[in-house]
Design a protein around this ligand. Structure first.
Ligand code: NAD
Length: 372
């Protein structure tokens, strides 16, 4: 973190990013006004809107430059209307994945916490999800989403072939395993590694290296392994068995959306993406809700802003190193839902749903109450 005011870059992105990020920004400003945690805030562009404005790129140079200079980035979402029309190489080279890769964001921490007050918002049985509190660590800058060669080729006679490459090197496996073991040590000391080592060479290597690190460096941590098909079943059957899950890029993408239903909605899942530390211990850090641009509800002021707001809480914890402030914000979110305030996605059996803006109002009210 820089010596002066910490630099926070805010990028709403596309779709509901323009609705949830303004609510998270109100919370950022509340901390500046009430808790003397002021940020040097700037704004950036990324996504379909940016492509439509500038052409050729979804990620303007100005945003990229600011990204490298910021202590933390708070991002909304990318995608939705017009995304599919952008050439696939432009998406790959200038989209969210490109920014993640450029910033070296290899560890994506996705906490999954089931609030007692929201048990009725899930489609799963209350006794299965009550008390769920885990973090899924998704490897974010390698694996099949980045592997080369990739493409779609014409084989002639009307036949086409699509192909991707899944690969992991040992350093890529080691670093995401180590950060996950460290997280486990700071929590309930349990780590489960999920892969597909019965079929994929990449996963076989992942398993061998994970076992080695578990044995040699973290013998005190309870270590378990699951194949991704069984792992996805266990996630729904008995989610409380998990403390930290570590997994590759694609499996983490899929498992964490499934895990959203343990909390009631994708609108409840924040995330933090971190790079390796530089020589001063500083990590690039990117905070964003797990959800996407949600074109089916965008522009209607009904999206749930809590994932975006909780992503800022993760920034307070992991980048700004103010755990008390992170706790305060997480307590305010819990207080808000405990008071029965619900957006449509977490309405459950409640009688009415509030708007995105009203949910923002309610979190600010809870912050005021808890800070009084
Ligand atoms: P999505 O996450 O945007 O939406 C999935 C479902 O969850 C939708 O029904 C949506 O309405 C609902 N939902 C999501 N966030 C919500 C919130 N905060 N409040 C209430 N409901 C919410 O996934 P999708 O529909 O598969 O993808 C839409 C676009 O977003 C695609 O272009 C996709 O590529 C992109 N996407 C981007 C990201 C990202 O920016 N990190 C992640 C996933 C998808």
């Amino acid at each position: 973190m820089s010596a002066n005011k910490p630099k926070l870059l805010i990028i709403p992105g596309d779709g509901i990013g323009h609705e949830v990020i303004p609510q998270a920004t109100r919370v950022v400003n509340w901390f500046a006004d009430n808790r003397k945690i002021a940020f040097d805030i700037s704004e950036g562009e990324l996504g379909v809107g940016s492509y439509n404005k500038h052409g050729k790129t979804m990620l303007p140079d100005a945003t990229l430059e600011k990204s490298f200079k910021s202590d933390a980035i708070l991002f909304g979402a990318i995608g939705g209307d017009g995304y599919e029309d952008i050439p696939i190489d432009v998406r790959r080279e200038t989209g969210l994945l490109a920014l993640r890769r450029k910033l070296g964001l290899f560890a994506n921490l996705r906490p999954v916490v089931a609030y007692d007050e929201l048990l009725d918002a899930s489609t799963l049985k209350p006794e299965v999800i009550k008390g769920v509190d885990m973090i899924i660590v998704r490897e974010l800058s390698s694996g099949i989403y980045f592997g080369e060669p990739r493409g779609i080729e014409d084989l002639g006679n009307g036949v086409r072939r699509g192909y991707n490459t899944m690969s992991y090197t040992t350093p890529e496996i080691h670093r995401v395993l180590r950060i996950s073991f460290e997280l486990a040590r700071a929590r309930r000391n349990r780590l489960c590694s999920i892969e597909k080592s019965n079929v994929l060479e990449t996963s076989k290597l992942w398993r061998e290296e994970a076992r080695k690190i578990a044995r040699e460096e973290y013998p005190d941590v309870e270590f378990k392994e699951l194949i991704v098909d069984a792992g996805s079943m266990e996630l729904i059957r008995n989610p409380k068995q998990f403390d930290i899950i570590v997994t590759g890029n694609m499996f983490g993408d899929i498992l964490s959306d499934a895990a959203a239903m343990l909390t009631g909605s994708l609108g409840m899942l924040p995330s933090a993406s971190l790079s390796e530390p530089d020589k001063n211990g500083r990590r690039n850090a990117f905070y964003e809700p797990v959800h996407g641009a949600a074109p089916d509800i965008a522009g209607r002021n009904i999206a749930n802003p809590l994932a975006a707001i909780l992503s800022f809480a993760m920034a307070l914890r992991h980048t700004f190193e103010t755990p008390d402030e992170a706790d305060l914000l997480e307590r305010a979110v819990r207080d808000t839902v405990a008071r029965g305030v619900r957006t449509a996605d977490i309405k459950g059996t409640a009688t009415r749903a509030v708007s995105t803006r009203q949910m923002g109002d309610a979190v600010i009210e809870s912050l005021d109450r808890l800070n009084a």
